[in-house]
Design a protein around this ligand. Sequence first.
Ligand code: ATP
Ligand code: MG
Length: 371
Amino acid sequence: MIVKSLGLKNFRNHSDTGILFSDRFNIIYGDNGQGKTNILEAIYLCASGRSHRTSKDSELIKFGCDSYSINNLVKSTGLDKDINISYLADQKKQIKINEIPLTKIGALMGNLYAVLFSPEDLFIVKQGPTERRRFADITLSQIKPSYFYNLQLMSKILKQRNMLLKSLTDNSSLIDTIDIWNIKLAEVAASIIVARRAFAGLLSRLAQNQHKYLSGEREIISFDYDCSFQISEDTKREEVKENYLKILEKTLSRDISIGYTSVGPHRDDYDIKINGKSLKTYGSQGQQRSAVLSLKISEIELINMETGDYPVLLLDDVMSELDENRQKYLMQSIDKVQTFITCTSDMKFRNTLVSDSNYYKVVEGQIVDGL
Ligand code: ATP
Ligand code: MG
């Protein structure tokens, strides 16, 4: 996929920015706090329906204004798509594709695939399960709109079930209605679990290849799905659902006493290991960085395998964090991918990337220098 152009109106510190991009490398440079990441954020928003930095659309509106809009022209398999996202304060976000309004945000998925790589991705290794689930959920949602709908549905069902659990302490006669919620929850949870297991299996295989090379054959990486209850590699969806239903019944009295659902996909995790040992606990800083790089490159490949399209790659400030070898490796791995790079200095790229590169200098939310 190719992002051909981007138009921003009152988005973050960009009042009125219009950019035509190169199909290959786009180097967005400038001092700190000028609005470089804001450009990547807008592209990412068009792919995933949400910002990677905030869940509040109001924060994206330029200070003192009451709306923002993003226009993104995307080319995929020969077709041009005009993605338009606009938000008026206190109203619902409006998304249009080729002028046609979408009724559900999930319909945006699949129109643009984007992989974002920033220094915060180290959180995938270093922090808790929420970060790892987020990483997997965002990729899965982009490639499978049904997965995105299921996640939304599960979160609604969990809210309802948890409300019911809380009210059961005062009103035990409501206990009969819990079965309805258990069945609804198990149904959607089984689909999510099966998708996560397949995702982890494929990502793990791809990352193993990447990482072998990156670590000079010394390290084997694995990315294993750690379901919140036991399932095996070949447990079928129906069986997963039945197992989960049994667990929900078994844990009911505990769930009532704590007032929330203690087991389920909302408590899942992924285990990242190097040579069989937890990367979070035992990995060095350098090993953790390399592992994230392997996972990110694999994410690009996985999207290509699953959809037939390459995502665009958004590299936010990562080049300066990688040593020469890893930088070279990353560049070699993305030869088919349109890439957006933010950095504070363009000199290094001007010396090494010769062809198909566009340069944009950003100063206070404006592009002051192209090519
Ligand atoms: P760095 O090199 O430090 O990462 P950057 O160029 O990537 O910097 P951005 O994160 O793109 O910077 O933009 C930050 C700037 O945007 C800050 O000056 C901030 O005050 C401004 N900003 C953020 N949100 C808004 C908003 N809603 N309205 C106006 N300006 C905003
Ligand atoms: Mg930035």
